[in-house]
Design a protein around this ligand. Structure first.
Ligand SMILES: Cc1cc2nc3c(=O)[nH]c(=O)nc-3n(C[C@H](O)[C@H](O)[C@H](O)COP(=O)(O)OP(=O)(O)OC[C@H]3O[C@@H](n4cnc5c(N)ncnc54)[C@H](O)[C@@H]3O)c2cc1C
Length: 237
């Protein structure tokens, strides 16, 4: 489907062309909704780190020759406006919100690594899917009413976002796509402070870095930040 939309071809793309990718972005009610790490010819994989949670992520092998395309679809979150009831958790409020979303995916996905899913068009139209499309996600999918389960600040923006994506990329809005929940680790929910020497302002010798510290998102930016922190640590010796 993605190949035929992007290359305007019918059926299989020319063998000299790589699997097609896309990048979509839409503003919905003052928040960005956008595609993230689109993986042509890839897999959706389990990425949980603790029991009782379901987290999914996407990847492509180098040949990008799997049948399925996948992409994270991100909704920007404004901590003050979107999650006021998490205020009691202080600086860890984003982390607690993330955990709740991952627990929600675990319970609605069937209390195993099976992930909750819905046909794209059913999600947007607010209908529980009677069956799902085939998937690259090995633990399997369970049909769930994600349109009503996700917090409104995320779910309603996603639904509008998908409908708009369908207008920008004709054929994208299709019942042949599944949405799978939740890709909740796109960026760190905390930011550990550091000074100009990249050292924590209160804990000597601690250099918060990379994605977990809130200073990177992705392989290259995390690697470069780690390198800078290593140099700063050596300079401070
Ligand atoms: C399936 C998948 C696909 C991805 N695909 C891409 C992609 O295509 N492109 C891209 O740019 N990014 C991708 N990412 C994101 C990328 O992997 C991360 O952004 C990047 O690895 C972050 O690097 P980091 O060094 O900050 O953290 P990490 O790589 O997570 O390293 C943190 C390390 O700390 C260790 N650790 C944690 N707690 C402790 C502790 N208490 N004591 C000691 N050690 C500890 C962990 O074991 C780990 O080795 C993908 C991620 C996943 C899961």
């Amino acid at each position: 489907i993605i190949d035929s939309i992007q290359y305007h071809c019918k059926g299989e793309r020319d063998e000299l062309l790589p699997a097609a990718s896309y990048s979509l972005v839409q503003q919905v009610k003052n928040r960005g909704v956008y595609s993230f790490c689109m993986c042509p010819g890839g897999f959706i994989v389990p990425a949980a780190t603790s029991p009782g949670e379901v987290v999914v992520n996407g990847m492509s092998p180098s040949k990008r020759n799997n049948l399925f395309a996948n992409s994270g679809i991100v909704v920007e979150i404004n901590v003050e406006e979107d999650i006021p009831k998490y205020e009691k958790f202080g600086v860890l409020k984003g982390l607690e919100y993330q955990k709740d979303l991952e627990r929600l995916a675990f319970t609605s996905g069937g209390r195993s690594q099976t992930a909750p899913a819905q046909r794209l068009t059913d999600f947007v139209e607010g209908i529980l899917s009677s069956d799902l499309n085939p998937t690259s996600y090995q633990p399997g999918l369970k049909s769930a009413p994600l349109h009503s389960l996700l917090p409104r600040s995320i779910g309603s923006r996603l639904r509008t976002g998908f409908a708009e994506f369908g207008k920008k990329m004709k054929g994208y809005y299709t019942s042949e796509a599944n949405i799978v929940g939740v890709e909740s680790r796109t960026s760190s929910p905390v930011n550990i402070p550091r000074n100009e020497q990249l050292e924590h302002p209160e804990i000597k010798g601690l250099f918060p870095c990379g994605e977990g510290g809130g200073y990177a998102g992705g392989i290259v930016s995390a690697a470069m930040d780690g390198e800078r922190c290593a140099e700063a640590a050596v300079a401070g010796l």
